[in-house]
Design a protein around this ligand. Structure first.
Ligand SMILES: C[S@@+](CC[C@H](N)C(=O)[O-])C[C@H]1O[C@@H](n2cnc3c(N)ncnc32)[C@H](O)[C@@H]1O
Length: 252
């Protein structure tokens, strides 16, 4: 459950009957919230008010325990749209990291689709499993979380409509990606530096990918009150560059 205080600060709680959450403004028994409607306002023992909602995916991603750096919500939305992750799609992902992108991919493909996600570091794999379970209640049947190197993908007989890579050297994996992707399929990379982007784009072109494009998303929050309407003083200045490319059919 997400609790929001009067100043807009957000707190993510797993509700357990009989337990108590201790905020800086006093204690809040979970039983005050369990069974109540979304949007219910509760008061701590210190008189502080909190409004309770189920967390949006964007709230969950920013508050969930992290091993690896997560893909930010602004970028998750853009990846779903620009990589055209559709209901029923089969998606190969790496690395799973903390599982933020995995959860977004699972929601986008739905039960008719399939997401296969690789994570090379066992401790990140374990953390991602916990985050996925915390978000969905259990690991969805259409998600396969594999602990290992995505360089071993695809398994025999597996093909994918989309390949989404959030790891440092995607250019080293392009032979594998070509093998895994259906013709017309889309590969999407998420990279923090321009040097990585340039190496990736040149490698994509050398591997015959077309419609290669790179962009970044800047989200500028605004402060809106009766007396003042202006951009916030602070924003997330840089996260990652998104590159998208399409695999062409092999002819002649
Ligand atoms: C930036 S994190 C991914 C974060 C993830 N997208 C999220 O939103 O939570 C990159 C991850 O890729 C993993 N990784 C790096 N190379 C890999 C490989 N060859 N196969 C599988 N995972 C790999 C790293 O261990 C790390 O956890």
């Amino acid at each position: 459950m997400l609790l929001i205080d009067a100043r807009g600060r957000r707190y993510l709680l797993r509700l357990r009957p009989g337990e108590t959450w201790h905020s800086h403004g006093g204690a809040v028994p979970h039983d005050l919230i369990v069974g109540s409607e979304e949007g219910t306002r509760v008061h701590s023992t210190g008189g502080m008010a909190f409004t309770c909602f189920r967390p949006r995916l964007a709230d969950f991603v920013l508050k969930m325990p992290r091993g690896a750096q997560v893909v930010y919500p602004k970028d998750l939305g853009a990846i779903m749209m620009e990589a055209d992750v559709f209901p029923g799609a089969r998606v190969l992902e790496a690395g799973t990291g903390s599982g933020a992108l995995t959860i977004a991919l699972c929601r986008a493909v739905g039960p008719e689709g399939r997401v296969v996600s690789y994570e090379i570091r066992p401790e990140f794999h374990a953390k991602a499993v916990r985050n996925v379970e915390a978000f969905f209640g259990k690991v969805p049947e259409w998600l396969k979380l594999r602990e290992g190197d995505v360089g071993d993908a695809p398994e025999a007989g597996e093909t994918f409509h989309r390949v989404v890579l959030d790891l440092p050297e995607p250019w080293a994996l392009l032979d594998r990606v070509v093998r895994a992707l259906e013709p017309g399929g889309i590969v999407c990379t998420y990279l923090p530096t321009v040097v990585q982007v340039q190496t990736t784009v040149l490698a994509l072109q050398a591997h015959g990918f077309e419609h290669v494009g790179t962009f970044e998303i800047l989200q500028r929050p605004w402060h809106v009150t009766e007396r003042s309407v202006r951009p916030d003083h602070r924003m997330v200045g840089h996260t990652g560059f998104i590159t998208v490319a399409r695999r062409v059919a092999v002819s002649d």
